[in-house]
Ligand binder design. Sequence first.
Ligand code: PNW
Length: 493
Amino acid sequence: MANAKNGSCDGALKEVRRSDFPEGFVFGVATSAYQVEGARREGGKGDSIWDVFCEKKENIMDRSNGEIAVDQYHRYKEDVELMAKLGFGAYRFSISWPRIFPDGLGTKISAEGVAYYNNLIDSLLEKGIQPYATLYHWDLPYNLHNSMGGWLSEKIVEYFALYAEACFANFGDRVKHWITINEPLQTAVNGYGVGIFAPGVREDTSIEPYLAAHHQLLAHAAAYAVYKEKFKATQGGDVGLVLDCEWAEAFSDKEEDKIATERRLDFQLGWYLDPIFYGDYPAVMRQRLGDKLPKLSEKDKELLSNAIDFVGLNHYTSRFISHVQKPRGIHFYQVQEMERIAKWNNGEVIGDKAASEWLYIVPWGIRRTLNYIATRYRNPKIYVTENGMDEEDSEISTLSEALNDIKRVGYFKGYIAAVAQAIRDGADVRGYFAWSFLDNFEWAQGYTKRFGLVYVDYKNGLTRHPKASALWFSRFLKGEDDEDNNNTEINKG
Ligand code: PNW
C-alpha cells in the first residue's frame, strides 16, 4: 500500500542555497507568448488557434481570452527590469508564430513582429539576462489549422521548419538556447483528444492525438536539422525539446502496479524521447496502439536520431499509479490501463494541493523524474523549463494577502532542494525556470488561477507587484540568508 513516506527522499537538505548548485547553473523565469503578450491585432500579427478557440466563450472557465493578457507586448521593458532587479539570469519566453508569419505559410515575414522580439532580446541582454526562446508554445497560426488541419497534416513539418529557420536567422546571433516545441503531449492529448485546449478537435480521438504527436516530433527534428546544417557552426547554440512529465510512483509492490508505472512514464516521456534516443516509439506503445501509432520511416528515424542538445522538463506534480482494467477517459488513457492516485482510502494524500485540480505538491517527485531521465536517456543535459504552483484568484481578497504567498515559497524551497539533490545524484541539470514570472492567462482556466511570482492587478491597470516568493527568490539568488528579511527595496520600486 502506498504511503506518503514511501516517496520521501533521504538526506534532505536543511535549507537550500544557491551555493548548493554548480557554477554556471542558470536560474530563470518562464512565460509564453499567448499567456502574457496580448496585442492580438497589433504589429501585423495573424490569429492563432488560441485567439479563435477563446472566441467560443464556453471554452474558457471565466470566458476570458489573451487579447490583452498582461500586456507584455507593451510592457516588456518594465518586466525585464523587474526580472533583473530580482536577480534572475535567464528568461524563457516564447515567440508567437503568427507574429512572425501571420498566415503561417512563410511567404511574408512581419517586420514588426521581428522588431518586437529583437527589442525584447536586446533589453534582456542589456540587463545580463540570457534569452531562452521557445518557438512553439501552443499558438499555431490559425490559417495552418484552418487550411490544412494544423498538426494533423504532414505538411506542417515543412512550415515549422521555415518558421524555425526565420527565427534562427533573425535572433540566433543573440539567442543561444532554443526550444522547438513546448509539451507536445498536451497539444496532442488535450488539443486533439480531450479537446480542452486549442484547436479543440475531438473527432477521431483514438487516432488523431498520435498523429498530432508524430508531426510535432518530426517538426522538432526538422528544426533541429536546420539549425545543425545552417546555424550551429556560426551561432553555436543548443536546441532542445520541452516535455511535461508528472512523476509516476508505483502505488504498491504488486508487479502489475510497477509495470503500469513504467508504462505511464513511457506514455509521457518515452513517446518523444525514445524515438530520439532509441530510434522508435516505446515497444509498449506499439503493442497497445498497433496501427494507430504512426510508423517512423527510415528517413524519420535518421532525422530524429540524437536530434536534441538538451531535454527541457516541465514538472509540477506526481501521482501514485495502479493498474486498472477499464479506466475512464479517451483512448490515450484507456490503453494505459492505469489510475493516477493522489488520495487513497485511509485519507492519505500524496501532497498538499495547489489551486489547479491536477496540482499536488510533491517535491520528491522532481528528483525522481530528473534521475529517471538521466538513467534512461544517457544522462543528457537537462533544464527544468517550468516548475511552480498556482493559487485561486477568487480566494484572494486584498493585495497584501495576494503578496503573502508563503505556500509558494515552501513549494519552491522544497522543489529546488530536490533539484539540488538530483544533481548530487548525478543528473546533469544545467538550469531551472520558475513558472511563471507573472500571473497570466492560464489557458482553459483563464485568469482564475495565478501562477506568478509577480502579482498582476487585473483591476488596476495590470500593475505588477512582486509576491513574497519573488522576494525569496531574490534573496536566494543573491546568496542571502533567508532570515535577513530586509529586502523590501524591490517593492518600493
Ligand atoms: C504547462 N496538466 O502546461 C504549460 O507549459 C504552461 O503554459 C502552463 O501555464 C503551465 O503548465 C501551468 O498549467 C500544463 O494538466 C498544463 O498536467 C496542464 C498540465 C500540465 C502542464
